[in-house]
Design a protein. Structure first.
Length: 254
C-alpha cells in the first residue's frame, strides 16, 4: 500500500510539472505572436521595438539634403517621426555642413528638434562648448543640448571624465538645462557608469529585443542605424524615447 501511494504521488507531481511547462510555453508563445518584441516596418526597412510611443531619428551632413516635409508626413502602422537630433558642431571649430538648413527646415515642419556636438577628447572641452554655444540657439519646445561621446583617442578615463564634465558644465550654465549624454553601451560602461547619473542618457545599443542592456536609467535608445525615411536618401539612425507624449513634452525646454 505504501508503494502505491508513493507511485501515485510521483505521478501526480509529474502531471503538475508537465502542466506547468505547457502553460509556461503557451504564455511565451502568446506573447511572442501577439506582443512581439520587434515588428518589421517595410517603409522604414527595419524592425522597431514594440511598446514605445515616441520615435525619432538623428541626422548630419551624411544624410545630405533632407526633404523635411516628406519626413514629417511619413507614417506607417501608427509610427511617425516624432523628434530629430541634428548634428551642429564637432571639436573646437567645425560646424556641420547641413546644420543650419536642417535646423530651420525641421522647425518649419514643427518636428521637435535637438542639437548635438561631437566631442573630440584630445581638444579643449571649454572651446568645444563655446563652438556649440556660438552656433546653437535653443528655445522652448526644443530638446536639451546633446554631447556625443564615442571615441577615446587614447585619453585616460580621468581625462575623459574631466573634459566631458567641463563641456557639460559650460553648456548647462549657458542654456540653464542639463545636457544629454549620447554614447554607446560599451563606452558608457567604461567611462560614465558612475558620476554622471544626473544627466539624461541617450544610449546606442543595437540588436536588442526590447530595451538596451543597461542598469542605469536611459532617456533615449538608438536601436538601429539602418532605417529608411521618406525624404532622406541615405540610411538613418532610429531612436526611441522612454515615456509617453506627456513625458516627452515635459522633457522639452520650457
Amino acid at each position: 500500500m505504501a508503494r502505491k501511494k508513493k507511485r501515485s504521488s510521483r505521478a501526480f507531481l509529474k502531471i503538475i510539472l508537465a502542466l506547468f511547462i505547457v502553460i509556461l510555453a503557451l504564455y511565451y508563445l502568446v506573447n511572442l505572436f501577439i506582443y512581439p518584441p520587434h515588428v518589421f516596418y517595410p517603409g522604414f526597412q527595419i524592425e522597431i521595438p514594440n511598446g514605445y510611443e515616441i520615435h525619432g531619428i538623428d541626422v548630419s551632413r551624411y544624410q545630405s539634403t533632407v526633404n523635411w516635409k516628406e519626413v514629417k508626413n511619413m507614417e506607417e502602422k501608427g509610427i511617425k517621426i516624432g523628434f530629430v537630433f541634428i548634428k551642429a558642431t564637432e571639436g573646437t571649430s567645425i560646424v556641420d555642413g547641413q546644420f543650419r538648413r536642417n535646423w530651420l527646415q525641421a522647425e518649419a515642419q514643427n518636428i521637435p528638434k535637438g542639437a548635438y556636438h561631437f566631442f573630440i577628447a584630445t581638444r579643449s572641452a571649454k572651446k568645444q562648448a563655446e563652438n556649440f554655444i556660438q552656433m546653437v540657439n535653443l528655445k522652448p519646445g526644443d530638446m536639451p543640448p546633446v554631447l556625443d561621446v564615442e571615441k577615446s583617442l587614447g585619453v585616460s578615463v580621468s581625462q575623459m571624465q574631466k573634459g566631458v564634465k567641463t563641456w557639460l558644465d559650460v553648456v548647462e550654465k549657458h542654456y540653464g538645462v542639463k545636457p544629454i549624454i549620447y554614447t554607446n553601451i560599451d563606452f558608457y560602461e567604461h567611462y560614465f557608469q558612475t558620476g554622471f547619473e544626473e544627466y539624461p542618457l541617450w544610449i546606442a545599443h543595437y540588436l536588442q529585443p526590447d530595451q538596451p542592456r543597461i542598469e542605469n536609467k536611459w532617456m533615449f535608445w538608438q536601436h538601429s542605424k539602418n532605417g529608411r525615411v521618406d525624404g532622406i536618401n541615405a540610411p538613418v539612425d532610429f531612436n526611441i524615447f522612454y515615456g509617453d507624449s506627456t513625458d516627452f513634452n515635459n522633457f522639452l525646454i520650457q
